[in-house]
Structures are given as structure tokens and as C-alpha cells.
Design a binder for this molecule. Structure first.
Ligand SMILES: Nc1ncnc2c1ncn2[C@@H]1O[C@H](COP(=O)(O)OP(=O)(O)OP(=O)(O)O)[C@@H](O)[C@H]1O
Ligand SMILES: [Mg+2]
Length: 381
């Protein structure tokens, strides 16, 4: 399954969006242009579709309620709409549409104003339906979140549920013990990464660690082998890396000695090897040398080559190095441009198409556009 198209209305700083999505997408734009907000659309759908503790009300509340979610640039129109087109191979496309707004009076509940599910030409759901008209309390819940109501489109509910968002903060992973047990739901910062590795069947786990060690060969050449281990005394899971070392026997290091960049790469490569659903990745360039960042698209390619199915991957980035490869197609880059009327996604101009075709990289052609205007030198005082 793939998400091939996304339409948004009044979602956070996007007043109106209509974009097609490739299997690999790089989202670029200045700070606060909405890259994370764009990724949050898919986390939101995951939260709505979640089998336990999920649902529309919870997903909206978790984000601070409708006033925080609805685009500030929206004037009369108070409705938020998300429309996603999904495609499984050559099958007919699915289209899932959800619109909702705050009740104008009373409890100001978040109510669904439209929920539609289409499979090819067939309309499977069209709400509000007759039952909704009899009892408007029903409009507080999507059919997507109800197992009794989503039977005919369970496939897409499951796809939304299994979306992964990854923004590994190495310190949280390394010093989990000292920080204490609190982990944010769905673990976006990778605190529970070692537990995920621990829960994976040994054969799969060993095979993945071997592939990751291979993929890392070029970037961290001193790292020769990766293995999983459990501390005998505490039972805590650990990763160990065998490194080139002048004292051969002392060559195994635990994750707390890994560099931040190595840990982020391991988490990222693991997620590429795990599952077939949508992968949302925030700024993979952090803590990494530019030359390594330049190689990330090749690492993704290398891992994908070894798998029958590939994960669709949406990456937010500020890195010119990441987009400097000739293998990246300009249509794989979404360029965000903020304005007082909301952020828009700007497509390729005719000139830009020509420049890309003539061999310039997306970093050279598209990145300069995302630099904040009038930023010369920040004054010191
Ligand atoms: N409902 C809303 N309406 C308008 N703007 C909003 C809304 N919700 C959030 N924003 C704005 O979105 C911006 C933050 O967007 P986001 O975090 O997605 O940026 P980003 O591109 O990921 O930035 P960075 O590169 O710093 O990570 C903030 O300026 C915030 O004010
Ligand atoms: Mg961000």
C-alpha cells in the first residue's frame, strides 16, 4: 500500500494543499514552515485509527483541541478536511475523506461533518448517514476507528495504524535508565528502541543487525559487527558493536558508547527493515557528517534492494547534502513556502524542470528557494 495523493483543508498552517506523493518524499522549507505539521497528518490518522485508546476525540484532544489544529488563516470556513488516496499495487485506489469541525455552541464537541470511503468507483461510506441524523452523538466517532463499522475497509485502517514516526534522540535511548521509565506514547524519540529489538524473533533480529552492520560499513568503518545482548544482572536489553580496537578482546562496546550519529543511523536502518507501512522520518541528518548524509539515499536504496516490499518514506530535512544526489528526482521533493495566508507547497517551475534535467541536483535548484528572506547576518548585541 502507498499513499499517492494528499489533500488538506485548514490543517494547522496549511489552508489548502493538494499534492501527489511518490514512494520517497523529502519535505523542505524554512523553520516553522510546517514540515513537522505535514508529517503530523499521518500521525493523526494513525491516532484516529488506533485500535485501543485512539479515536477522533482523543487525536484532537492530544493536539490541544480544534483551536490549535484549525488553520489560523482560515476565516469563515471552520472545517478541517484530510483526504488521502491510497493504492495497493495495481488495484483500484482507495480514497478516505474526513472533515470535522467544532460544534458552534454547547459542549463544542468535535463533530464529523463528512466521512467518505471510496474503493475505485464504489462508495462504501458516506456520512452523515441516516443513523447519524437520528443521533448526532454518533458524529463524535469516525467509522475508521470502529471495528464494527470499518469491516469493508479494514485494510486502510490497518495501514494507518501501522505508520511509524521516528525522531530518535540518542540521549533518551542511551540514558533511559537514569531518565526514568516515562516514554511518550508510540515512542517517537526511540526511547524504547532496544525493547523493540528485544521483542523481535531472534532469527529476524540477527538477520537485521547483520544487514545494518553491512550498511554501516562505509559510514562507520571501525564497526565490524552488531549483536543483541541482555544484561545478566538487570535483564535490560543492549546492543553491542564489535569495533576495531588495539586491544582485540576489549572490542565489544555497548550502545551507551556508540556515537549519537551511529545510534540514529541504526534506528533509522532498523525501521527501514521493519514492516511495510508508512515511515515518517524527521531530519535524519542530525549528528551526522555531511558526507554520510550525502549517502543516506544510497543506504535507503541498499536496504530496499534486499527486501521484497519497500516502505514509503516521508523525510523532513534542512540538509543540502541529503538532496545533493543525482538519484533524487525533483518530483520527490515537497517545497514548503510560508505566508500570512498559510503555507503552500510549490511545484516545479518550467525553468527548474530544465535545470534538473540538465543535471543539477535538487539541492542546487530547490534549496535556495527555502532560505528565509532578508537573512543576512544576525546582529549581536
Ligand atoms: N493551527 C495553526 N494555524 C496556523 N499556524 C499553525 C497552526 N498550528 C501550528 N502552526 C504554526 O506552525 C509552525 C510550526 O510548524 P512546524 O513545527 O511543522 O515547522 P517545521 O517546518 O517542522 O520547522 P522546523 O524546521 O523548525 O522543525 C509554527 O510557526 C506554528 O505557529
Ligand atoms: Mg520540524
Amino acid at each position: 500500500m502507498r499513499i499517492t495523493q494528499l489533500k488538506l483543508k485548514n490543517w494547522r498552517n496549511f489552508k489548502s494543499v493538494d499534492v501527489s506523493l511518490k514512494d520517497r518524499i523529502f519535505i523542505i522549507g524554512p523553520n516553522a514552515s510546517g514540515k513537522s505539521n505535514f508529517l503530523d497528518v499521518f500521525r493523526f490518522l494513525r491516532d484516529v485509527a488506533k485500535p485501543s485508546g485512539g479515536g477522533l476525540q482523543e487525536a484532537v484532544a492530544k493536539r490541544g483541541g480544534m483551536p490549535k489544529l484549525r488553520c489560523l488563516a482560515a476565516r469563515q470556513d471552520t472545517e478541517i478536511t484530510i483526504e488521502v488516496t491510497l493504492q495497493n499495487g495495481e488495484e483500484k485506489p482507495w480514497i478516505y475523506t474526513l472533515s470535522y469541525k467544532a460544534e458552534p455552541r454547547g459542549f463544542r464537541r468535535t463533530l464529523i461533518s463528512k466521512e467518505k470511503v471510496r474503493f475505485g468507483k464504489k462508495l462504501l461510506v458516506s456520512r452523515p448517514d441516516e443513523k447519524d441524523k437520528e443521533d448526532d452523538e454518533r458524529l463524535t466517532q469516525t467509522y475508521l476507528e470502529q471495528i464494527n463499522a470499518n469491516v469493508e475497509f479494514r485494510e486502510i485502517a490497518k495501514y494507518f495504524q501501522s505508520t511509524t514516526y521516528l525522531h530518535i534522540v540518542p540521549q533518551l535511548l542511551k540514558y533511559g535508565d537514569q531518565i526514568g521509565g516515562f516514554t511518550i506514547e508510540d515512542d517517537p524519540f526511540g526511547q524504547g528502541f532496544l525493547d523493540v529489538v528485544a521483542k523481535t524473533v531472534k532469527k529476524t533480529r540477527d538477520a537485521r543487525l547483520k544487514k545494518i552492520a553491512q550498511a554501516l560499513q562505509k559510514t562507520v568503518p571501525q564497526l565490524k559487527e552488531l549483536k543483541f545482548d541482555r544484561d545478566n544482572a538487570t535483564g535490560r536489553p543492549h546492543l553491542e558493536a564489535r569495533c576495531d580496537h588495539w586491544r582485540l578482546k576489549a572490542g565489544w562496546q555497548r550502545e551507551d558508547l556508540f556515537s549519537d550519529g551511529t545510534l540514529r543511523l541504526i534506528g533509522f536502518l532498523w525501521s527501514l527493515l521493519e514492516g511495510n507501512s508508512l515511515l515518517l522520518l524527521e531530519e535524519p541528518e542530525l549528528s551526522l557528517h555531511e558526507e554520510i548524509v550525502r549517502n543516506i539515499p544510497y543506504m535507503i536504496y541498499g536496504i530496499h534492494k534486499q527486501r521484497k516490499t519497500r516502505r514509503q518514506i516521508l523525510i523532513s530535512t534542512h540538509s543540502e547534502a541529503l538532496l545533493s544526489g543525482k538519484s533524487i528526482d525533483g518530483h520527490e521533493v515537497l517545497r514548503l513556502k510560508p505566508s500570512p495566508e498559510g503555507t503552500t507547497i510549490i511545484g516545479l517551475s518550467y525553468e527548474e524542470e530544465i535545470m534538473l534535467k540538465s543535471g543539477l541536483s535538487p539541492a542546487e535548484v530547490l534549496m535556495p528557494e527555502t532560505k528565509p528572506p532578508d537573512l543576512t547576518q544576525l546582529e549581536l548585541f
